[in-house]
Design a protein around this ligand. Structure first.
Ligand code: HSE
Length: 311
């Protein structure tokens, strides 16, 4: 049994526009790193957090990484295991890219490996959902499931949990732009209306089914025309600077679809190749700069691996 481990877990794009809380996919960058050591003593300590500008709690009961690792230890019957955790945040917090999810998944993947992979990555999903519950008040799985499994993932049901890995066209790229404005997931969830009209539900489930079919059929046009959200986007887009202008720029530059990543403020486009994705991030960042907003961008193919051991 190894005594220490360093792991990476990826960022994720949740919702994929129409699939609020039920669809997500993983990207290769950004992501977070966790270094974990078995101490031989008792209890979890967070020894260091970098890259968070002091925003994340070191208290093991409040930090999503340690809290979900503690759930895991309780489950395997070793609740008092002595563990030291270092968390290195390599992605912005509150960005809509599954920041808390990447940290939590890295922690769970690390501890599970220290215990000789007692659970599969899929079996780790409910523990990671506890971390999301702590972070934003609801244990949604559309970041943590793709972060753990890689690829596109559908959460067909929450009770009971039913998670399905989906195929995707090999040439699919994501162009992601993070405008540097803060949108906490908790607030972005509270602003959504909780009742919908049946006719709107019909439109939405048509698009979800269309997107899933497009992924199976490797039909880029079907994927693109299904990336429409009439339930959540109209409300959340208000928090994102020039959202509709950015959509029009991305579509004109060759995106197959465009929308909010998770709860925002990051936006993403899917494209058929890397060059188009890079052209889109450049145009969007230029536009944001023009209206005085700093941004970060990422271009990635779909991450198939999920978390990996670095050391
Ligand atoms: N499905 C979640 C939401 C994802 O939209 O609130 C948060 O990243």
């Amino acid at each position: 049994m190894r005594e220490s481990i360093k792991v990476f877990a990826p960022a994720t794009v949740a919702n994929v526009v129409c699939g609020y809380d039920v669809l997500g996919f993983a990207v290769n960058e950004p992501g977070d790193e966790v270094i974990m050591k078995l101490t031989g003593g008792s209890g979890i300590t967070i020894t260091k957090i970098t890259g968070d500008e002091g925003r994340l709690p070191l208290d093991p009961k409040k930090n999503t990484v340690s809290a979900s690792v503690q759930h895991y230890l309780n489950h395997i019957g070793k609740p008092d295991t002595g563990i030291e955790i270092e968390l290195h945040k390599k992605m912005p917090i509150g960005s809509g890219l599954g920041s808390s999810s990447a940290s939590t998944v890295a922690g769970l993947f690390a501890v599970n490996n220290l215990f000789d992979s007692l659970l599969t990555n899929k079996e780790l999903v409910p523990f990671a959902m506890k971390g999301e519950e702590l972070a934003c008040g609801y244990g949604h799985a559309d970041n943590v499931a793709p972060a753990l499994l890689g690829g596109f993932v559908l959460i067909r049901s929450y009770e009971p949990l039913d998670i399905i890995s989906l195929p995707h066209p090999e040439d699919l790229y994501a162009a992601i732009v993070y405008p540097e404005v803060d949108v906490p997931t908790k607030d972005a969830r509270q602003m959504i209306r909780s009742k919908v009209l049946l006719k709107d539900a019909v439109t939405q489930w048509g698009n979800v089914a269309g997107l899933v079919s497009g992924l199976f059929l490797k039909d880029h046009d079907l994927i693109g025309r299904s990336m429409t959200d009439i339930l959540v986007e109209p409300t959340r887009s208000i928090l994102i600077p020039d959202f509709y202008k950015m959509r029009s720029l991305a579509m004109k530059t060759g995106a197959i679809g465009f929308g909010i990543s998770g709860s925002g403020p990051s936006v993403f486009a899917l494209t058929k190749d890397e060059g188009t994705a890079r052209a889109i991030t450049q145009k969007l960042q230029q536009h944001l700069k023009g209206i005085g907003i700093n941004s970060l961008s990422f271009v990635s193919s779909v991450n198939k691996k999920g978390p990996v051991i670095l050391d």
